[in-house]
Design a protein around this ligand. Structure first.
Ligand code: UGA
Length: 434
């Protein structure tokens, strides 16, 4: 099949590359000429394991190309996938400007029947809005469908090529059949719904996963007070198939470009129809507070006042295997620390440059290795569970630090890892080790 994917952000780029890998002919389009030039030269503007190699192989096979000429791309395609950004407005509502612009431009380029699929995460009703925009610009026949995306950063290629399900929101049997065919090699689990339900499935899924995380974080906070171990509790709960064992890792809360944005957007969507989504409001509130878990522990150890202390930070991205720092807990934690007179020494395997430009100005020593960050610090806080951190020799680490204090915000270490060390070790929802 011939596809155009509009928008080369995470979702657009990964989807485009994977659709090409399935044997389709794909043109990825973006308004940003710099991005297109990078892609045409074999570069990938985001860090995502496996993506660069897969893109190169499909470009070489003649199935994948990059262009800033939307009109020409649309004219050559049977299916046009909209995957532009929907960043949050100050109100929390999704900003649909880029969707509207893409719809109008696509309409202007129509030359016969096409399926226009929206992959961007959009509020319920947006596909109807896209349909109206296209209709107002062209008399050409088309079907517009919702095609929500469930990939995770860091495992985006794997998630796209091995999905749990494909959700298609369509009110046209013809479009639904084409989507079944397009995704047939990926899974048998192709769920066809009405358009509004497909739009809702995306928000409800992300909101539910965020709820699991905030739930286990609150259980962790209670475990700390009653002397239980949240990792054992989560494992014990997870064996129940009705609960499942995923997304029950306690820590310092979720970040990233999806859960924070989509939970706020769903609260807004509900509010727009006079429904107060109380549970989800609490999920967001719990997540916000959970970041301070690390700071509260530092304050407990140092008797309240952190001024003048040197704190090492390991991990700046919102999760491992990505350089994405959007809504990363590290942003707020480091801003709080530096704002309270703490000297911060920070290290991340790949996200430091992104972090520095998002973080803005502020006294932070940016370090080139995990041990360099720890050197001379009064305490070390692990904020992202990069594999490399659990490989560090803890005996070396405790002597590099001024004091062997380790706050593990992601439960990356096990009790036995620390057995032969003198660490004062605080994690999340597990007993402290002194
Ligand atoms: C999330 C969803 O998992 C995807 O299904 C969805 O497609 C995507 O949002 C999206 O809407 O585009 P992503 O944000 O890339 O994917 O990352 P996740 O792996 O879901 O992690 C999100 C955050 O939750 C991270 O900060 C992670 O550290 C945290 N998390 C995750 C926990 O604190 N505990 C867990 O058990 C799992």
């Amino acid at each position: 099949m011939k596809l155009t994917v509009v928008g080369t952000g995470y979702v657009g780029l990964v989807s485009g590359v994977c659709y090409a890998e399935l044997g389709n002919s794909v043109i990825c389009v973006d308004k940003d000429p710099m991005k297109i030039a990078t892609l045409q030269n074999g570069g990938i503007p985001i860090y995502e394991p496996g993506l660069e190699e897969l893109a190169a192989a499909n470009v070489a096979a003649g199935r994948l190309s990059f262009s800033s000429d939307l009109t020409s791309a649309v004219k050559q395609s049977d299916i046009v996938i909209i995957a532009v950004g929907t960043p949050p407005l100050p109100s929390g509502q999704a900003n649909l400007t880029y969707i509207d612009l893409a719809a109008a431009e696509i309409a202007g380029a129509m030359n016969g029947y096409k399926i226009i699929a929206v992959k961007s995460t959009v509020p319920v009703g947006t596909n109807e809005r896209v349909r109206d925009i296209i209709r107002s610009h062209t008399g050409e026949p088309f079907d517009s469908i919702s095609l929500p995306e469930f990939l995770r950063e860091g495992s985006a290629v794997k998630d796209t090529l091995h999905p749990d399900r494909i959700v298609v929101g369509a009110d046209s049997a013809k479009a639904a059949d084409v989507m079944r065919e397009l995704h047939a090699k990926l899974t048998d689990n192709i769920v066809v719904t009405d358009i509004r339900s497909a739009e809702m499935i995306k928000y409800a899924s992300n909101a539910f996963l965020a709820t699991k995380i905030s739930f286990i974080n609150e259980i962790a906070n209670i475990c700390e007070k009653v002397g239980a171990d949240v990792t054992q509790v989560a494992a014990g709960m997870g064996y129940d198939k009705r609960i499942g064992d995923s997304f029950l890792k306690a820590g310092i809360g979720y970040g990233g470009s999806c859960f924070p944005k989509d939970t706020q957007a769903l609260i807004q969507i509900a509010g727009n129809v006079d429904y107060e989504f109380k549970l989800l409001r609490s999920v967001v509130e719990v997540n916000q507070d959970q970041r301070y878990n690390v700071i509260r522990k530092l304050e407990t150890i140092f008797g309240g006042d952190l001024k003048g202390k040197t704190i090492a930070i390991w991990g700046l991205s919102f999760k491992p295997e990505t350089d994405d720092v959007r809504e990363a807990p590290a942003l707020e934690i480091i801003r709080h620390l530096t704002g309270h007179g703490v000297h911060v020494r920070a290290y991340d395997p790949i996200a430091t440059d992104n972090f520095r430009s998002t973080y803005g100005s502020g006294e932070v020593a940016w370090c080139a290795s995990a041990l360099e960050a720890a050197a001379g610090a009064d305490a070390l806080c692990l904020l992202t569970e990069w594999e490399e951190f659990s490989q560090v020799d803890l005996n070396v680490l405790q002597h590099v630090l001024k004091q062997p204090v380790l706050i593990d915000g992601r439960n990356a270490f096990r009790e036995e890892d620390l057995a032969d060390t003198d660490f004062i070790y605080y994690s999340v929802g597990r007993p402290n080790l002194n």
